[in-house]
Ligand binder design. Structure first.
Ligand code: SF4
Length: 373
């Protein structure tokens, strides 16, 4: 079995972006209590996992913590868990928080990969999204990250924003690739009903790009980045060479084990998935009472795992390895789904490459529907 990944959720943000549906609190006075609870949670899982191959500090906004607080977290990780040699150690960061001394302290503490939430280099788009940084700060943050010695830099970008033209999006992409980042994540904006943008949309304040335009955004993004030398290896993810694909995210996609710590974090091992309380207060209360802060868990049966493997596999460029799938689930996809797969191949949505059933670019654009074969 592959080595596990460790995810640590930092549930705080200085302000809430208008589209955000993730769990995070803007009341940072609880940070010290949270860090104590996180240490306790680590202690509860001490020695219960094989050495971790990846550590991912996400959120929320991990970069609002001080260098000392982040150092404390990483020290606890080293004390309570074993890591493989050469682990991938990633942090998510808001451009507004990044300066040279902060970035150098991250490097000094073993962080070797950073995902910067630039989102756009268009000020209007950033304002609409309610981001707390400017396009100029995005540029300075990426420059400082390179100066601090990071050689594995990822930029997170958003497209399909109401009012965003294709021209504005391609300009953002052009400016992003000019930095030669090792990784790019390009997410399509989704409007969740309970967010401020979701409510404004329901009130009819603006319209959203239709399905055709969204498809065009997706295809143009993929074409542009592949022509620029990036590998489109998952629906939303691009890497400058296979070696820069996210090792951590791969664990979610291939059912490798992972442990998630902090409010709302999910874990998976041996067919079992469990997740923590979403609310910080409930999380803190559970830990204070000496309990794991787990809200619920489920055991996936063979059929559910098979469905998930299809869903997750079709979201990756590699697709579904037919031999592995048959060994794991006893299902010969080519025989059992002969008719529908024949149709998808005719329509240019999937192809068979190196023993894998792989989505084409057009297939990746509708990956979630492909899994319904
Ligand atoms: S910084 Fe990220 S987690 Fe925080 S509010 Fe914005 S999108 Fe949500």
């Amino acid at each position: 079995m592959n080595n596990p990944g460790l995810y640590i959720h930092i549930p705080f943000c200085l302000s809430k972006c208008h589209y955000c549906d993730f769990y995070s609190s803007t009341s940072t006075s609880a940070v010290p209590d949270f860090l104590d609870a996180l240490s306790e949670e680590m202690e509860m899982y001490r020695d219960r996992f094989d050495p971790f191959e990846t550590v991912y500090i996400g959120g929320g906004t991990p970069s609002l913590l001080t260098p000392q607080q982040l150092e404390h977290i990483l020290k606890r990780v080293e004390e309570d868990f074993r890591l493989t040699s050469n682990p991938e150690m990633t942090i998510e960061a808001n451009p507004a928080d990044l300066n040279l001394s902060f970035l150098r302290s991250l490097r000094g503490n073993g962080i070797n990969r950073i995902n910067i939430g630039v989102q756009s280099f268009d000020e209007k788009v950033l304002n609409f999204l309610g981001r707390r940084h400017s396009a100029r700060q995005g540029v300075s943050a990426v420059e400082a990250t390179g100066k601090a010695g990071f050689d594995n830099i990822g930029l997170d970008l958003i497209y399909g924003v109401p009012g965003q033209s294709m021209e504005s999006w391609l300009d953002t992409l052009n400016r992003a690739v000019a930095f030669l980042p090792e990784h790019l994540s390009c997410y399509q904006l989704t409007l969740e009903p309970k967010t401020p943008l979701g409510r404004r949309f329901q009130a009819g304040e603006f319209s959203v790009p239709g399905e055709e335009l969204q498809y065009e955004f997706f295809m143009k993004t993929s074409e542009f980045l592949e022509e620029t030398g990036y590998l489109h290896y998952e629906v939303s993810n691009f890497a400058r060479g296979k070696e820069h694909a996210s090792r951590h995210n791969q664990k979610y996609w291939d059912h490798s084990p992972y442990l998630g710590l902090g409010p709302s974090a999910h874990s998976f091992r041996n067919h079992q998935r469990w997740w923590n309380h979403r609310s910080l207060l409930q999380y803190l209360d559970a830990i204070e009472a000496g309990n794991l802060p787990v809200e619920e868990s489920e055991i996936l049966n063979g059929e559910q795992l098979q469905l998930e493997a299809l869903y997750l596999g079709f979201r990756t460029k590699r697709g579904i390895c037919l031999h592995e799938f048959k060994t794991r689930f006893g299902c010969d996809l080519l025989t059992e789904k002969e008719e529908i797969l024949g149709k998808l191949r005719e329509e240019g949505l999937v192809s068979i490459q190196d023993g894998c059933l792989s989505p084409t670019r057009a297939g990746l654009a509708i990956a979630d529907r492909l899994s319904l074969v």
